[in-house]
Design a protein around this ligand. Structure first.
Ligand code: UDP
Length: 221
């Protein structure tokens, strides 16, 4: 689980996540259209779509629930990206499901999955490249998609968010975690880590962009 129901009360986190989600939705919108319209402070105004009840988890390096479940060594680099499907249900802790479950319970159709899976891989390629350029490994991340009726046509668009709350990001050299795992594993400096990611991607241009060297361990490039 990603501690969905626990409250992480960090001042300024909402704003930085909004900025990062905005950045990634803009950067990937030519790869796959998304629900983003505009943002202000901690809010994102988005097109209303019907969210498909599946979390699409894309993994490049094995860690977290994958290693726990299957006994794979933490940090194993996967030969090619692995996509997992999880049924979006907090009470059940978003369980892993197979394509067959998705079809059996009509959560999404085969043609929808055949459209979404390659989109996940394309977003992964794009994001992996951009993160690599700023010294960050994109370990894994989660995407959600929705259905939108447009001009009498049903389109699939990217929804939810893309941010260090939904990605695992490790520093290329130190392997330091720059994502929500800092909170999950009680490592501290969550906000500073998010700022560091935003700084490297050149996203934040405001006074919140304080020098990361002040915060001890986080390596700055
Ligand atoms: N993830 C997420 N929301 C969820 C579950 C997972 O954003 O409800 C993201 C998580 O941040 C990580 C990836 O999906 O980047 C894979 O997560 P994993 O299944 O290992 O989840 P864990 O159980 O370790 O949170």
């Amino acid at each position: 689980s990603s501690f969905d129901r626990k409250i992480c009360d960090v001042t300024g986190k909402g704003h930085i996540l909004t900025e990062m989600t905005t950045f990634w939705f803009n950067a990937t919108r030519d790869i796959v259209p998304n629900h983003y319209l505009k943002s202000f402070e901690n809010y994102i105004l988005a097109k209303k779509c019907t969210v498909i009840p599946i979390e699409f988890v894309v993994r490049n390096i094995a860690t977290g629930s994958l290693t726990n479940r299957l006994g794979i060594e933490d940090g194993t680099v996967l030969e090619k990206p692995l996509i997992e499907f999880c049924y979006k249900n907090d009470e059940l802790n978003d369980p892993l499901v197979a394509r067959e479950h998705i079809y059996a319970f009509d959560w999404a159709s085969a043609s929808e999955l055949n459209f979404i899976v390659p989109q996940c891989l394309r977003i992964n390629d794009f994001m992996q490249g951009m993160f690599k350029g700023v010294g960050i490994k994109l370990v894994d991340f989660k995407l959600e998609f929705g259905r939108l009726n447009q001009d009498g046509k049903k389109n699939i668009i990217l929804a939810d968010e893309i941010s260090p709350d939904t990605c695992r990001l490790w520093d290329v050299i130190s392997e330091e975690k720059l994502d929500k795992d800092r909170f999950r594993k009680n490592l501290g400096n969550l906000f500073e880590a998010y700022q560091e990611v935003a700084r490297r991607l050149n996203i934040l241009h405001e006074e919140t962009n304080i020098s990361p060297v002040k915060f001890g361990k986080l390596r700055s490039i």
